[in-house]
Design a protein. Structure first.
Lengths: 77, 107
């Protein structure tokens, strides 16, 4: 069960409206992605908390429908 | 479930550095687990590992334990540090080495 890159980005933006989301399909197979998410919502949070916000946005798909998402989070400059 | 939770708690408290992974350090069964092992080896620390593929209770239970949906998971001195992406970010920033040094784990 793979997910389309646009769906991943849309789910993240639905939960974090200010987020800049950049998705890269790492293997070209629609199943291994990298995501870079930049949002003010990450301010003051540690990395674990930041990644959890993104995982929550994906509503439980992480580790299930979405096997491989290499995640990088950052606060806007 | 609570039994699994206490088994996990025993493991993370009994080992200063422990990696829950798919496969073993010698034969990782997933690219993310492989990367986590490589990072720890670069740090030059001894670590315990748990192959979640050998234990379905642990495999599911570890996700609930730290409310973290994926494997691998790294614990240092009983605290959840992160998955392989966070390990890589911390390693590149020198923070992982610092954490291990602060906990007096580095050789």
């Amino acid at each position: 069960m793979a997910m389309a890159a646009d769906d991943i980005a849309a789910m993240i933006k639905a939960a974090l409206p200010d987020a800049e989301v950049e998705i890269t399909d790492l293997a070209g197979d629609g199943d291994h992605y990298a995501a870079r998410v930049v949002s003010a919502a990450f301010a003051g949070k540690n990395r674990v908390q930041q990644h959890k916000l993104v995982y929550e946005a994906l509503g439980g798909r992480m580790g299930g429908a979405l096997h491989a998402l290499q995640l990088t989070t950052a606060v806007p400059n | 479930m609570s039994d699994t939770n206490s088994r996990i708690a025993d493991i993370v408290n009994a080992n200063a550095v422990v990696l829950f992974m798919k496969g073993t350090p010698l034969f990782p069964q997933c690219g993310f687990s492989s990367r986590a092992v490589a990072i720890l080896e670069h740090c030059g620390v001894e670590f315990a590992s748990v192959d979640v593929l050998q234990d379905q209770d642990i495999r599911q239970g570890i996700k609930a334990y730290s409310d973290w949906p994926t494997i691998p998971q790294l614990y240092v001195k009983g605290e959840f540090v992160g998955g392989s992406d966070i390990m890589m970010e911390m390693f590149e920033a020198g923070e992982l080495q610092q954490l291990l040094q602060d906990q007096q784990i580095t050789n």
